[in-house]
Every structure is written in structure tokens, then in C-alpha cells.
Design a protein around this ligand. Sequence first.
Ligand code: IMP
Ligand code: MG
Length: 178
Amino acid sequence: MGLQVEVLISSEEIKKRVRELGEIISQDYAGKDLVVIGILKGAVVFMSDLIREIEVPLEIDFMAISSYGEATQSSGVVQLLKDLDTTIEGRDILIVEDIIDTGLTLSYLFELLRARKPASIKAVTLLDKPERRQSEFVPNYIGFSIPDAFVVGYGLDVNHKYRQLPYVGAVTEQNGGV
Ligand code: IMP
Ligand code: MG
């Protein structure tokens, strides 16, 4: 299909790390009123695995925001496409992201959600590309820090495809369309 992908993080490594994150999060949220919020669409694969490793009671909800459109460059312009169904005032919010790149998306989102007065707000990301940061944003929980490469799989897409790969791969070559 014109796209060459090199495995960067195997499904076994992901599984192990997701289990570890679930354990840490379960400890940190004991006795709290946890609402896990997934950012559509990239976070759905990670989130569905992660919540099954969390042992404290929780609710889930989703938001959709767009910062990139079709391009792979962050514009800094963030648009809210789908808001929460849940009221978050006084509750403990954990945002789930697939990857933090410039950090602009989550900076915007934190600001937006803080205005609704949650008791706490944190973020967990499967992947972090710290080299690319253009904001002060620091995630609370990180699956893997990766170098500056474009990655796909385990929820991450290139032009809306490849989200179903069970591993995270780096795109090494793109011949024509995907
Ligand atoms: P940012 O942190 O505001 O730059 O945006 C993060 C979002 O950009 C993620 O949720 C992804 O949708 C997208 N993104 C950033 N880097 C990659 C990548 O390497 N592969 C796929 N999507 C990416
Ligand atoms: Mg995303």
C-alpha cells in the first residue's frame, strides 16, 4: 500500500507498559472520582487497553479536537469537534492521548477543562515526542518517550489509516498514496 513501516514498539512491549501504567494509576486514584477522557480518535486503542488495567471505579467519556487537519504539521489552531457528555466539576479527570508532539492540543484542552472546575486534571499519553514541544505542557504519565519520527499504529494514523496495527511503527518510506 505504498507505506513502509518499521516496528518501533512491539505489541508485547506495549502490553507490559500499559499494565504498569494501569497499576500506577490505580494506586494514584484510589478513593477518587475518576473520569477517563479519551481524545478521539487516536487514543481509542490505548484507552480501551488501559482502562482494563485500572482497578478503581471509573467512568469514560470522549472529546474530539482537531489541531492538524489533514497535514502532519501542527498549526496551533485547535478546534473542538465533540464535547463531553459528562459534568466534570469536582471530579478527577484523566485525559488519555495517543501522542504528545508540540503539546499545543493538550495545553488548549487543559485550559478549557480547568474552567469547568474539576477536582484534579492529569494526562496520560502512550507516546511523547519531547523534542518537538512548543508549549510548557508536561504529561503526568508517559508510556514511551520517542525520538522525532512520524509513527503509526495502535491508534495512530497517517491520513486516517493504519490505526489498527497492534504495534507502533515508524514510517520509513512513503511511495505515492497510502
Ligand atoms: P500536538 O501535541 O498538539 O502537536 O498534537 C498531538 C496530536 O498530533 C496527536 O494526538 C496526533 O493526533 C498527532 N500526531 C503527532 N505526531 C504524530 C505521529 O507521529 N503520528 C501520528 N499522529 C501524530
Ligand atoms: Mg490525536
